[in-house]
Design a protein around this ligand. Structure first.
Ligand code: EPZ
Length: 422
């Protein structure tokens, strides 16, 4: 397993290009299953999770070609010949469950392995299942697989989600595009990835209103046609790299960044003494003056503070002036990075879903272990501001969501290198 070595190296300066969004692309790719005609995604990120989704779609009979160095995904689901999403693929990436809605709508049946738990929480699929059952699907759990069928096709319905789940909204939205009649999704997730998915589906001929709001309305159509769609910018990669100059000093311009993608996050940066300036190419970030101030954070669904930036924000708070309280409200076990940051000299107390961080002057390099995607990059951020050398192990987590991290940060002046493992 590869590891990454980082030596603290002072301020970072320059430009960094933000890629297309992993979490948008992982919902957009299954949309190909809704139509016989080709769907092409441009500005696609080059990540191991995209490769896993390609493997899954290919196993269902879709053709997926990765073009232009992986930035274009050309897909066609003309000849789907398998409706079983196998455990061996699904267990690698829970977003595989986003093939359930589209397959059900297009084929009238689907068998999808339940993903099981993950490092950050139990992550059940009850909201997905209730939503699809409301559209007329019959779903049964057998031998770890969800067996879903809708022999007479899906029928529009009014659905109110108990929680604004991103995945459940995406699965129901895709299924509703081919359901007879009108579907209303109340308390829908409002993330930019949902808006991007709705844009793509509309380009394929779907009739959708209200994406990005709490109430989405879909008029079902008989069939969808092909389209080409540019993947929205990755707001989590953006937020992560905006923290690089915040934690190390210097000034960095994040190319492709937009404030509306990271509004709540920017408010917290402002409170902490970090300036964010819109440029014609993106967002320029720098400390206003001197040491960063401690701020409190509560994670919430969009447009609140994103849970996927909580670990990275904790890394910043480790050397902030004062004490900050971070409350994680989305996932029940998302502080695995805290003990690793403590190994680097941070002063953190975790009680249930609340972490209290007492800022220290400086962190010190140490060997640490990545436990999940966002935890791994928070360790890289902390290491760039630490004294001495840090070795981050198990970086396969990182490759799932950050393309070419050493290159991108190295270009800003970071001392960072990958060590290929056995
Ligand atoms: C998406 O996961 C993202 N993943 C996650 O990013 C992100 O953290 C999450 O949304 C929240 O923003 C992708 O888009 C591929 P949810 P998802 O359904 O769809 C509970 C990353 O780092 N819930 O909104 O799985 C669930 O357990 C990843 O890139 C149910 O109880 O998130 C969780 O506590 C990590 N029942 C909460 O809702 C359900 O049926 C939010 O989950 C569904 C969800």
């Amino acid at each position: 397993m590869d590891s990454i070595i980082v030596r603290g190296n002072g301020p970072l300066n320059g430009q960094i290009a933000i890629a297309g969004a992993k979490n948008a692309c992982l919902a957009l790719m299954p949309a190909t299953l809704l139509s016989e005609e080709p769907l092409t995604l441009t500005n696609a990120p080059r990540l191991s999770d995209i490769k896993t989704m390609t493997e899954l779609l290919s196993s269902l009979g879709a053709e997926v070609s990765s073009l232009q160095d992986g930035k274009v995904q050309a897909m066609s689901s003309h000849n789907l010949d398998n409706h079983v999403a196998d455990y061996d693929i699904v267990r690698k990436m829970r977003a595989s469950n986003l093939v359930l809605g589209p397959m059900l709508a297009r084929l009238g049946h689907a068998v999808v392995s339940l993903p099981g738990g993950c490092a950050i929480g139990a992550r059940p699929m009850d909201l997905h299942i209730h939503g699809l059952e409301a559209l007329g699907a019959e779903i049964e759990l057998k031998d770890g697989y969800l067996h879903a069928k809708a022999p007479r096709g899906l029928k529009g319905a009014e659905i109110t989600l108990g929680f604004a789940s991103v995945g459940a909204t995406e699965n129901i939205l895709m299924a509703a595009t081919l359901a007879k009649g009108t579907t209303i999704i109340n308390n829908a997730a409002r993330e930019p990835e949902i808006v991007d998915l709705a844009k793509c589906l509309s380009a394929m001929g779907a009739q959708i209103e209200g994406a990005g709001s709490e109430r989405i309305e879909v008029q079902g159509v008989d069939r969808l046609h092909g389209a080409t769609h540019p993947v929205v910018t990755d707001r989590i990669e953006l937020g992560t790299y905006m923290l690089a100059p915040a934690i190390c000093g210097g000034e960095v311009e994040c190319l492709g960044g937009r404030i509306e993608l990271v509004g709540a996050f920017c408010e917290k940066l402002d409170e902490a003494g970090i300036s964010v300036e819109e440029t014609d190419k993106g967002l320029k970030v720098a400390r206003r003056n001197g040491r960063v101030k401690a701020v409190d954070v509560v994670t919430e669904p969009f447009p609140g503070f994103p849970t996927d930036l909580q670990a990275q924000m904790m890394a910043l708070m480790c050397t902030a002036e004062g004490t900050s309280v971070l409350e994680e409200r989305i996932f029940e076990n998302r502080f695995m990075h805290a003990p690793e940051l403590t190994r680097m000299g941070a002063n953190i107390e975790v009680h249930g879903g609340t972490a209290t961080v007492h800022g220290v002057e400086r962190l010190k390099g140490a060997p640490v272990m990545a436990t999940d995607l966002r935890a791994s990059v928070s360790l890289i951020l902390a290491a760039m501001a630490a004294e001495g050398e840090t070795i981050v192990n198990r970086v396969y987590h990182l490759d799932r969501g950050y393309e070419r991290v050493e290159e991108k940060l190295g270009n800003l002046g970071a001392h960072i290198e990958r060590v290929k493992g056995g």
